[in-house]
Design a protein around this ligand. Structure first.
Ligand SMILES: N[C@@H](CCC(=O)N[C@@H](CS)C(=O)NCC(=O)O)C(=O)O
Length: 192
């Protein structure tokens, strides 16, 4: 199987970490998605022009959550429960808003500007981080590898890109420090 992605992408990293932890053979095609050279490769596989993209024989899949669900099914692992799906969507919402903020900054906007678009993203980021801080020690969160990996990739990307400050959320900080010690986290570190 091939994963079309990039090393910094937190969404691609989830899939890469899950594959490492589950001995799943996955070759990364590392693209610079905003470069003239690499963009056509992404566009030819996904008209939505987003990574990650999984290629398994004739099958092409997009969206990290869908890809993870596919790999979980393919390897016979336990699927996420509905409450776990809800938590994954909260992580996704936070990560999605942070992508909007990162792209806005890259486009030269002041993301602290008093504009509806930025206020909505900043509000969502603050609320979801606070919610995750209160719930990551719940059994249904702790027992789900997919949620743990997705949260770690989100938090490490926040630090890597200096997107926001979660230091007031002590449960998130302690989770981040512990999970970062894992081999899969080290092997996929975007700083390397
Ligand atoms: N919901 C998607 C989000 C994927 C996503 O936003 N990927 C970013 C890279 S981290 C991307 O391709 N951005 C390109 C763009 O927004 O134009 C997923 O879970 O895979």
């Amino acid at each position: 199987m091939q994963l079309i992605g990039s090393i910094p992408s937190p969404f691609a990293r989830r899939v890469r970490m899950w594959a490492i932890e589950n001995n799943c053979d996955l070759a990364l095609v590392n693209l610079d998605i905003f470069s003239e050279q690499d963009r056509p490769t992404m566009a030819s596989k996904n008209p939505a022009r987003k990574i990650p993209i999984l290629i398994d024989g004739d099958l092409t899949l997009s969206d990290s959550s869908t890809i993870l669900r596919y790999l979980i099914a393919k390897t016979g692992k336990t699927t996420l429960s509905w409450p776990q799906e809800h938590l994954l969507n909260i992580i996704n919402a936070c990560n999605g808003s942070l992508v909007e903020i990162a792209l806005s900054r890259r486009s030269g906007f002041d993301t602290n500007d008093d504009k509806l678009f930025f206020s909505l993203q900043n509000e969502r980021i603050a609320q979801t981080l606070s919610y995750l801080n209160s719930h990551l020690n719940d059994d249904e969160f702790k027992g789900c590898e997919c949620l743990n990996i997705s949260l770690y990739c989100l938090l490490d990307w926040i630090c890597f890109r200096e997107l926001t400050d979660f230091s007031q959320h002590s449960a998130l900080v302690s989770f981040y420090n512990d999970y970062g010690k894992r081999q899969a986290a080290k092997e996929t570190d975007p700083r390397l």
